[in-house]
Design a binder for this molecule. Structure first.
Ligand code: E4P
Length: 232
């Protein structure tokens, strides 16, 4: 856990991204008024039944149009350097808010380095260790996606990784933003904020779960009942 002060004062407060390719949910989050961006991945796109290059490109554009000002991660499918560059250039041309999502593999790091040098934003995905986080930051990734829920799923501590990366990035003054991913519940969001994540990307129900407290419901019911009594 953190032993040094976390140098977070230079950053904006934690951003909320929604982790889905579902346009209705993205619209709902936007209308809720807290949406800073969207992350997608090939599984989320497949879940929405979006197939074929043209449909995929159109879907990313639709997402960007709903989000307005805010980053939208679109993942490459290629796993070789040339293929990632080719796909990434096409994705980045869809909209200025597209962030090219690249897996944490050797050619992925090379590709992130190339995208960084060419002014294209990146999100390094499938992060499960502090060592990987250092490599991605060295390559200049805009965002780093540690997968909290998947680490918890194997009974390790995903949040411990966020804390460790947060300390390393502060000490080393890396400007890659920690994007806590694979969020499963509202407590993950609260803990990610405590541990110094710059961004959380969450399913809509995890965000909405932050609203809930029984004392809020009881308190509101009493306020309304008292108002009704004294005004009838
Ligand atoms: C987002 O960038 C990740 O792809 C996503 O959060 C993974 O979440 P999952 O572990 O629930 O599939």
């Amino acid at each position: 856990m953190a032993t040094l002060p976390i140098a977070r004062s230079t950053f904006v407060p934690m951003k909320f991204f929604i982790d889905t390719a579902n346009l209705a949910q993205i619209k709902e989050a936007k209308e809720f008024g807290i949406l800073d961006g969207v992350t997608t991945n090939p599984s989320l796109m497949a879940k929405e039944g979006i197939t074929g290059v043209e449909n995929i490109m159109k879907h990313y554009k639709d997402i960007c149009n709903i989000v307005g000002k805010g980053d939208v991660s679109a993942e490459v499918i290629a796993t070789d350097f040339e293929g990632m560059i080719e796909e990434g250039k096409i994705l980045a041309a869809i909209d200025s808010n597209i962030v090219v999502k690249v897996p944490m593999i050797k050619d992925g790091i090379k590709a992130i380095s190339w995208f960084t040098a060419n002014g294209i934003k990146t999100n390094c995905t499938l992060i499960f260790s502090a060592g990987q986080s250092i490599l991605a930051a060295k390559a200049g990734a805009t965002y780093l996606s540690p997968f909290i829920g998947r680490i918890d799923d194997i009974s390790w501590d995903g949040m411990e990784l966020i804390s460790q990366i947060s300390d390393i990035y502060a000490i080393q003054d890396f400007d890659t933003q920690i994007l806590a991913a694979s969020i499963r519940n509202p407590l993950h969001i609260v803990k990610a904020a405590e541990c110094g994540a710059h961004v959380v990307t969450c399913p809509l129900d995890a965000i909405m779960g932050l609203l809930n407290h029984p004392l809020t419901d009881i308190g509101l019911a009493k306020f309304l009942a008292d108002h009704k009594k004294s005004n009838s």
